[in-house]
Design a protein around this ligand. Structure first.
Ligand code: SF4
Ligand code: SF4
Length: 77
């Protein structure tokens, strides 16, 4: 599936060690429109580039994506 631009759930729910970002906190690079401010730039972590939207995680709404990603984070932490 295509990423729902402006969702931002995958930039909030997971912890991202290379950014020193705890789970559940907005990434400091996530702008007010919930878009990545460093998209396409070399400082964007590889883990971000590797994460692809998929229906079973991102679901049908931003709220569903956030819920699924919080659950996944808890399962894998
Ligand atoms: S959770 Fe999915 S739909 Fe939402 S921003 Fe990330 S990849 Fe896009
Ligand atoms: S660097 Fe960009 S893609 Fe990665 S979590 Fe932050 S805002 Fe999201």
């Amino acid at each position: 599936m295509e990423c729902r631009l402006g969702c931002g759930a995958c930039c909030i729910a997971p912890s991202i060690s290379s950014l020193n970002k705890p789970a559940g906190e907005r990434c400091r690079h996530l702008n007010a429109d919930n878009l990545c401010a460093i998209f396409g730039q070399p400082e964007r972590p590889k883990v971000c580039a590797d994460f692809k939207a998929c229906a079973w995680v991102c679901g049908s709404s931003n709220a569903v994506a956030l819920t699924n990603l919080i659950e996944l984070e808890q399962l894998t932490s």
